[in-house]
Write a protein that binds this ligand. Structure first.
Ligand SMILES: [Fe+2]
Ligand SMILES: [Fe+2]
Ligand SMILES: [Fe+2]
Ligand SMILES: [Fe+2]
Length: 408
């Protein structure tokens, strides 16, 4: 049945305040959790963080006291939601384990979005960054093997393969080549808008996480790897945010944010395997409906726009779903591993002229062995093999097959 959030009562925003005790929920059990429950927690934390950052930015760009107050109220509630969601992560889950969770989210979220994205240009943007985050998962999994002596598949549950993607070292591009053309807000498929807003928030959260956690490690290779990958996440945020139409006003964008939160909590509630957490997704969905109503009222009052004119008639039929995407990832690996960017276009590596700024950027970063390569060298040196979790057989790209495994 089609679900139209505009027809739902929701929970009124002033009724959404929680006690301080409520902001400190019982975490999930790290050894027992469904890996995709961890993924849902990571995604929804990133979504709440984006809603808060957006609201602060809006507040700094309006001189309307009523709007500022409504934003302050709504933002206080979003902050509570963020605490409750992020508080589900247990304290015995180390930052590196959480990081492996972040890259699993990047792989399976991006794949799902790409598989369901109607616009070929947006789909290309997703496929492009997918191969890079897929590689990050492999580098961090090797770091986990190296410094903790542990197996990343105990976290990913073999739901996501772990092997090289587009190697992190070759992902460093000139900043101009991360900016893409944007969709047109008047003609974009509402599903595409939801997809882009979701991936912007997820990548931004990953960028912030690496920016802040790299300095917490002792091992130089770990600090270096976090810094290196954080630079790529900066590129990913730059790419994805450039897809959004900047023509949308702040009030419209507020409405789109709340609508997207409704869609995502509804999606998470449809698939959640942990009943306690499922109830939380349902509660937050109700809250977002109340928040959406407020944003809609402001849009009508100050811009004379009926939200029904800019929102779809119902939520997408299919919820955004965390599920295995192994065959899809392999197919993108096979067909797009040598893709690079030139200005706003995607081009084959062989098409770039020798004097292209891509090679200048590579030369700038390439004077020392990249930490993303060092970590693999170090695992090989110590164990005589590198860490991989290939559940579906040989790597589809011959050059990326494990040299040690090939010798055996
Ligand atoms: Fe929220
Ligand atoms: Fe990544
Ligand atoms: Fe990323
Ligand atoms: Fe919200």
């Amino acid at each position: 049945m089609a679900f139209d959030p505009l027809d739902q009562p929701g929970i009124a925003v002033p009724d959404q305040f929680r006690s301080l005790a409520d902001l400190n929920p019982q975490p999930y059990d790290k050894l027992d959790v469904d890996p995709y429950t961890r993924s849902r927690v990571i995604l929804m934390n990133g979504i709440e963080v984006e809603s808060i950052i957006f609201s602060h930015q809006f507040a700094r760009h309006t001189d309307n006291l009523e709007i500022k107050q409504a934003l302050a109220l709504s933002r206080r509630i979003e902050q509570q939601q963020q605490k409750v969601v992020n508080g589900l992560n247990p304290g015995d889950q180390t930052p590196l384990e959480t990081t492996i969770g972040y890259e699993q989210v990047a792989v399976d979220l991006t794949s799902w979005l790409a598989r369901n994205e109607p616009d070929p240009q947006l789909r290309q943007a997703l496929d492009f960054a997918l191969l890079e985050d897929f590689d990050h998962l492999y580098r961090y999994a090797n770091l986990y093997d190296l410094i903790d002596g542990k197996d990343a598949a105990t976290l990913t549950g073999h739901l996501t393969e772990i092997m090289p993607g587009r190697p992190t070292m070759v992902e460093h591009r000139h900043p101009f080549d991360d900016v893409r053309p944007h969709f047109d807000t008047h003609t974009v498929d509402p599903l595409s808008r939801l997809h882009v807003m979701t991936i912007v928030a997820a990548e931004q959260q990953t960028m912030n996480y690496y920016m802040n956690h790299s300095a917490e490690f002792m091992e130089p290779v770990a600090r270096g790897l976090y810094s290196e990958i954080a630079m790529i996440e900066e590129q990913h945020v730059t790419q994805y945010e450039s897809l959004l139409d900047p023509l949308d006003s702040w009030l419209r964008t507020w409405v789109f944010h709340e609508y997207s939160e409704v869609y995502l909590y509804w999606s998470m509630s449809q698939q959640e395997t942990d009943p306690r957490i499922k109830a939380l997704w349902e509660q937050h969905c109700e809250m977002e409906i109340g928040q959406l109503q407020v944003a809609i009222q402001f849009l009508e009052r100050f811009e004379g726009v009926d939200a029904r004119e800019i929102l779809p008639v119902s939520l997408p039929e299919v919820p955004l779903t965390f599920q295995e995407n192994k065959a899809y990832v392999r197919q993108v690996l096979e067909s797009q591993i040598d893709l690079r960017t030139d200005g706003t276009r995607y081009v084959a590596l062989s098409e770039l002229p020798d004097d292209h700024r891509y090679f200048q950027t590579q030369a700038l970063y390439g004077t020392d062995r990249a930490p993303s390569e060092q970590v693999i060298d170090m695992v090989r040196e110590r164990s005589g093999r590198e860490y991989r979790d290939q559940t579906e057989g040989e790597h589809p790209v011959v050059d990326l097959r494990d040299p040690v495994a090939a010798e055996r």
